[in-house]
Design a protein around this ligand. Structure first.
Ligand SMILES: NC(=O)c1ccc[n+]([C@@H]2O[C@H](COP(=O)([O-])OP(=O)(O)OC[C@H]3O[C@@H](n4cnc5c(N)ncnc54)[C@H](O)[C@@H]3O)[C@@H](O)[C@H]2O)c1
Length: 275
């Protein structure tokens, strides 16, 4: 399957990174965002980053913005990277199903929502799939590939091949909450917050312990600040609800910090301060 022209929906943190990776791999990229400012800023910042990477001017030129979702009609594939809200993604997938050509593959970069629900919304379940990049996409080598129940073998094979062509390592994981990485990572972050709340060690020392004792490149509390404490809370709550066990119950300290607006790097304050 020739996935030459790929539309990316959502020009935020992930959409920009994914568009950059695609352009570097000689794909034509159509970038759409419901917010025209985000689209413009996205295009500009990707062009800067491509030039910093010494990408060819052809790669820069292969990237263009589209001002309405209806313009995805010529794309061979669409990658959705809008915020992690099921209602929003269902609405976008319904639009993608109507607006893209019938053979186009529809992929979601969701961090753990149900791919079957998105596939059904698109009305084209054999062409729907999860393609979970990690942040930042140009650097992180993994892509989790998630089949819906009805995803065809052809769609799966095309996405595994595309991921490899992008220089990434694709791993097939089941369509279950958080897939593999986040299912393991977020309970660890939650446990680090419980350890802090219970006075096991200071925030600095909890992170140093995991860096020095478990060879993690970044401590769990600094990682939570990077992801955003609001996003961390949402993810844990969705695990608790969907997996039906108290194992994922978010630490009360995390709730308090979110309620106080201490959301991590993006607000300048989380477990650590960011002047
Ligand atoms: N940030 C991360 O670390 C990370 C890592 C892996 C996966 N993800 C997943 O990637 C997805 C996007 O996350 P993000 O961090 O890039 O979010 P973000 O908030 O940075 O960007 C989302 C963009 O989508 C746009 N948008 C909103 N509604 C839209 C619509 N209807 N149509 C088109 N564009 C719309 C917004 O204007 C915004 O620019 C989420 O599903 C998230 O779970 C995020």
């Amino acid at each position: 399957m020739n996935l030459k022209r790929i539309a990316v929906i959502g020009a935020g943190t992930m959409g920009r990174g994914i568009a950059q990776v695609l352009a570097q791999a000689n794909r034509e990229v159509l970038l759409y965002d419901a917010d025209p400012c985000a689209r413009k800023q996205g295009l500009a910042s990707i062009a800067v980053r491509l030039r910093q990477q010494a990408a060819s001017e052809a790669a820069v030129a292969a990237l263009r913005g589209i001002d309405q979702l209806a313009d995805i009609g010529t794309a061979d594939m669409v990658i959705e990277a809008v915020p992690e809200r099921l209602d929003l993604k269902l609405a976008v997938f319904a639009q993608l199903g109507r607006g893209s050509k019938p053979e186009a593959i529809l992929a979601s970069n969701t961090s753990g929502l149900d791919i079957n629900a998105l596939a059904a919304a698109a009305g084209r379940p054999d062409k729907a799939i999860g393609m979970h990049f990690f942040n930042p996409p140009p650097i992180m080598p993994l892509i989790e590939v998630v089949r819906a129940t009805e995803t065809s073998d052809g769609t799966f094979a095309a996405i595994m091949a595309l991921a490899q062509d992008l220089g990434k390592t694709p791993l097939a994981v089941a369509n279950s909450p958080g897939f593999a990485v986040n299912r393991i990572l977020f309970p660890m972050i939650n446990e680090a917050i419980y350890a802090l709340a219970e006075g096991v060690a200071s925030a600095e020392d909890i992170d140093r312990a995991m860096v020095l004792g478990a060879s993690h490149p970044l401590g769990p509390l600094a990682l939570a600040d990077y992801v955003g404490l609001d996003v961390t809370l949402d993810i844990l709550e969705s695990f608790a609800q969907r997996l039906g066990t108290s194992k994922y119950r978010p630490c009360p300290l995390l709730r308090e910090m979110v309620a106080q607006g201490a959301l991590g790097r993006k607000t300048g304050r989380g477990f650590f301060s960011y002047p």
